[in-house]
Design a protein around this ligand. Structure first.
Ligand SMILES: [Zn+2]
Length: 169
């Protein structure tokens, strides 16, 4: 199916993945899981989803950013062997972290509603500030700002999949 490996095909698949994630209900839907399956991507475990839904990374709709990232990765893998110059440059310019962040901006609460969450989060922040003082260290995702608990043994951000973390004391 080499004739499918075109610039237009690449864009169409990226767009379809984005739309499908975005139109999915909060935390994913059956359609979304089907799309993940079609790419051979494992969805987050039930425990991880539960953890994220109760975390400070509020979302109002859509699949989790890290799952969209995993689909993007598969699409890029599929198209990366192409010799087409336009396609090659689209792939090399594909900024995964910012694409995933862009998606996250669309599924997080609107600013008006965000203030409510922000206020609620302030309480949580104060609480966790206390915890952090006790720990003297927090690690946050540089891309989406999700807190990372040291004792959780995952290499990439559980929320958006970024490898980049920054330490703040
Ligand atoms: Zn992140």
């Amino acid at each position: 199916m080499a004739d499918d490996i075109t610039f237009a095909g690449f864009n169409a698949e990226i767009d379809k993945a984005f739309q499908s994630a975005w139109h999915s209900e909060r935390g994913g839907s059956e359609n979304w899981v089907n799309l993940l399956n079609s790419y051979g991507v494992n969805p987050l475990s039930k425990e991880d989803k539960e953890y994220l839904l109760n975390s400070e990374m509020k979302i109002t709709r859509g699949a989790f950013p890290i799952e969209l990232r995993r689909v993007y990765e598969k699409i890029i893998e599929k198209y990366s062997a192409s010799q087409d110059e336009q396609l090659r440059s689209a792939i090399s310019n594909f900024d995964m972290d910012s694409k995933v962040k862009e998606y996250y901006q669309k599924i997080k609460p609107f600013s008006g509603l965000g203030d409510i969450f922000k206020n609620a989060a302030t309480g949580t922040a104060k609480y966790s500030e206390g915890l952090q003082k006790a720990k003297q260290l927090t690690i946050k995702c540089k891309n989406c700002g999700a807190p990372r608990l040291e004792e959780m043994q995952y290499d990439n951000c559980l929320f958006c999949g970024s490898k980049l973390f920054e330490r703040t004391t």
